[in-house]
Design a protein around this ligand. Structure first.
Ligand code: PEP
Length: 251
């Protein structure tokens, strides 16, 4: 069984000092009780990667991730960051296609597919984020949206991709930062759809971790994490506080 991945996405919050402080508090709150079957991932803003990396160094079970990267070696891409720069700052993981990248910045499946393939090639573990909007759910399009995002997002990778290198985060757009959480039947249904689709794309799909994200909080984590095919959580708002996120990690 792969270890459950308890991931924090700090988005565009926290200065360097604030991020280091939260990471420090979190490590102290969690390290003694972190079960062997869980790992913790922090995705701070780029400016705080190096500082948070120092806080996590030599801490068993704690990893650093980038929230995004550009799929090129280097070059004239003002404002972007490449996988080597993330690795150099101490990252093991990177998010690709977070809902805010898709819907605020306008990134499309084809571009995200290049990122998944390039990130893996460069040695990052990639978490591809997918999920339907409220409108798509109302139109009965959950399955077609998730299938399309997986088919297109994973179109350039080998079916032999190691399950340790790839994870999928199911994050219904209507549940992100809204306080709305998908209920257990909705989560299970979507995660089963994702698992089945992954089986048609990848050899070792049973081992790929599928995280749930969308208003995860200390009081709903235990019930979410115990569902079939839920192999971790991706947490925004509630991960900004070390106290709340430590409760989530240990729930
Ligand atoms: C996210 O940013 O991926 C997320 C799920 O945010 P929140 O937990 O705030 O809904």
């Amino acid at each position: 069984m792969p270890r459950k991945l308890m991931a924090a996405n700090w988005k565009m919050f926290k200065t360097w000092e604030e991020a280091c402080q939260t990471a420090r508090e979190l490590v102290v709150a969690v390290r003694k009780d972190l079960p062997d079957d869980r790992e913790v991932l922090l995705c701070p803003p780029f400016t705080a990667l190096r500082g948070v990396s120092e806080m996590l160094s030599r801490q068993e079970g704690f990893y650093l991730g980038g929230q995004n990267f550009y799929p090129a070696e280097q070059g004239a891409f003002t404002g972007e960051i490449n996988p080597d720069q993330l690795l150099d700052a101490g990252c093991t993981y990177a998010l690709v296609g977070h809902s805010e990248r898709r819907h605020v910045i306008g990134e499309k499946n084809g571009f995200l597919a290049s990122k998944v393939a390039f990130g893996l090639k460069k040695g990052l573990k990639v978490i591809l984020c997918i999920g339907e909007t409220l409108e798509e759910r109302k139109q009965g399009e959950v399955q077609s949206v998730l299938h399309r995002q997986l088919e297109q997002g994973l179109q350039h990778i080998s079916s032999a991709t190691s399950p340790e290198d790839l994870a999928v985060a199911y994050e219904p757009v209507w549940a992100i930062g809204t306080g709305e959480t998908a209920g257990p039947p909705e989560i299970e249904h979507a995660h089963n759809l994702v698992r089945d689709k992954l089986k048609s794309i990848l050899n070792q799909a049973e081992q790929i971790r599928i995280l749930y994200g969308g208003s995860v909080k200390p009081d709903n984590t235990a019930s979410i994490i115990s569902l079939d095919n839920v192999d971790g959580v991706l947490v925004g708002g509630s991960s900004l506080s070390a106290e709340k996120f430590s409760q989530i990690v240990l729930a």
